[in-house]
Design a protein around this ligand. Structure first.
Ligand code: C5P
Length: 205
């Protein structure tokens, strides 16, 4: 079974994907990590992230060792969304993601274009959303729990900016596949959201 999970930044996709994969015994690929690693590697090399050809070269040179280290932070997310607009970057990552999804047991993948571009024939497509305010609040609380003082308004502005860039780009913009099931987690706790996702998977599979 292939489960495709898409949605905007900080909607809870990663947590839901991790828990679904564990429940179903499926391998999980966090595709955002690929874009984060490319952005990070380019920034570390002092390369121009806005140059599509240069970004394509880095994407084709991506190796598993680039996926380690701290890629989950806000800065890497921002770098990722800048390189993710370039078609040569997206094209370089297609085969790896499709091969991952083609494992005999199936897979769970999360990202922005899994249901629309990478796995249009996925058995289950979930589009996980929450209002920008709720996502910014969750992110602020997460960071505060780690002892980081952050300003909610600033996080909200970052969330909106990333939504705008991911949704308005020409190449594989963030949007629900026509056959995706929408899961709005604005008013749900993580356990409730997970139970809702499990029900969607059981219904669709
Ligand atoms: O999901 P995550 O926040 O790690 O993704 C970081 C950025 O990578 C996104 O904002 C988006 O621009 C890009 N991305 C993408 N397509 C994917 C996964 C991530 O464009 N499948």
């Amino acid at each position: 079974m292939i489960i495709a999970i898409d949605g905007p930044a900080a909607a809870g996709k990663g947590t839901l994907a991790t828990r679904l994969a564990a429940r179903l015994g499926l391998p999980y690929l966090d595709t955002g990590l690929l874009y984060r690693a490319i952005g990070r590697t380019m920034a570390d090399a002092g390369a121009d992230l806005d140059d599509p050809e240069a970004a394509g070269l880095f994407a084709r040179a991506l190796r598993p060792e680039h996926l380690s280290g701290d890629l989950r932070g806000r800065e890497s997310g921002e770098l990722a969304s800048r390189v993710a607009v370039h078609p040569p970057v997206r094209e370089a990552l297609v085969a790896f993601q499709r091969d991952f999804a083609a494992r005999p047991e199936g897979a769970v993948l999360d990202g922005r274009d899994i249901g629309t571009v990478i796995c249009p024939d996925a058995d289950v497509k979930l589009f996980v959303t929450a209002s920008a305010e709720v996502r910014a609040r969750r992110r602020t609380d997460e960071l505060a729990a780690k002892g980081r003082a952050v300003d909610y308004e600033r996080i909200l502005a970052e969330v909106r900016e990333r939504d705008e860039r991911d949704s308005s780009r020409a190449a594989a913009p963030l949007k629900p596949a026509p056959d995706a099931v929408l899961l709005d987690t604005s008013a749900l706790g993580i356990d409730e959201a997970f139970e809702a996702a499990v029900r969607i998977v059981e219904t669709a599979a």
